[in-house]
Unconditional design. Structure first.
Length: 253
């Protein structure tokens, strides 16, 4: 996008109410998805504050690689600094996400449920709730939006395109707060992606692990078991909508 990173354009955007295009992005978790989102955000002119469970000193190499506009902090400090905060931690650790500094804030939840890693979670096994609803219950005064969880990080890194590009890729979001979803969609737009609103957090199961909209639409090679080796391909809103329509509950598969 031509306006990204230009000081005059960014100053003009500061006049917008709740405009995400001038925000600091806080990241609680700095693994594959977190670091990829950080790179995209920096390229779009945002600032990023990264954190992990081991302390800011362990992120010095990543911060040096990311360059100007990035800094490391504690999870509490990243939560306070972020105008929008991305929570990208193993689901088993979601109760460690700080509550107080995230009150009233928009939180993007990237979590997926992997029982082998996270242990068995009864509510998810019984499909009476979703991963993002668990995080929303933990953060009752935050506005949680599901996002970034259905695309492999290597594809997320390379599929970003300017608005209007015929190969623009669409990512799904879900949330219970319409304004929060608008801001998240605006953030997605700034980093090179369209957003498709799937509905409330309860509908986020439609793009959870192992559904038709999970990972494979963005690049699949059935002869290779490693998604990191799959060639990336753009996904239109129509294609994503069709995949979401194919979603089946785990109990029905």
């Amino acid at each position: 996008m031509q306006h990204q990173g230009h000081p005059d354009a960014r100053n003009a955007r500061r006049g917008r109410s709740r405009s995400v295009l001038m925000t600091t992005i806080g990241l609680i978790g700095a693994g594959n998805i977190g670091s990829t989102v950080a790179k995209l955000a920096l390229a779009a002119g945002h600032e990023v504050v990264l954190s992990n469970s081991r302390g800011p000193e362990t992120l010095s190499d990543l911060v040096a690689e990311l360059g100007a506009g990035a800094r490391a902090a504690t999870a509490d400090d990243a939560a306070r600094a972020g105008d929008v905060v991305v929570v990208t931690v193993p689901l088993k650790n979601y109760r460690e996400v700080p509550v107080e500094p995230l009150r009233g804030k928009i939180v993007i939840d990237t979590d997926n449920y992997y029982p082998d890693r996270d242990g068995q979670i009864t509510e998810l096994d019984e499909e009476t709730t979703t991963t993002s609803e668990l995080l929303q219950a933990h953060l009752p005064e935050s506005r949680v939006v599901k996002g970034f969880n259905n695309i492999f990080f290597t594809h997320l890194a390379v599929l970003a395109r300017p608005s209007g590009d015929p190969e623009r890729t669409t990512l799904p979001i879900a949330g219970d707060d319409d304004e929060a979803k608008r801001v998240v969609a605006e953030f997605f737009d700034s980093i090179g992606y369209d957003a498709l609103d799937v509905g409330a957090l309860a509908e986020s199961w439609r793009f959870q692990r192992d559904t038709a909209a999970y990972v494979a639409p963005y690049g699949e090679d059935v002869s290779d078991p490693d998604p990191a080796d799959w060639p990336a391909r753009p996904v239109s809103s129509e294609t994503l909508q069709a995949r979401l329509g194919e979603a089946k509950r785990y109990r029905d598969t």
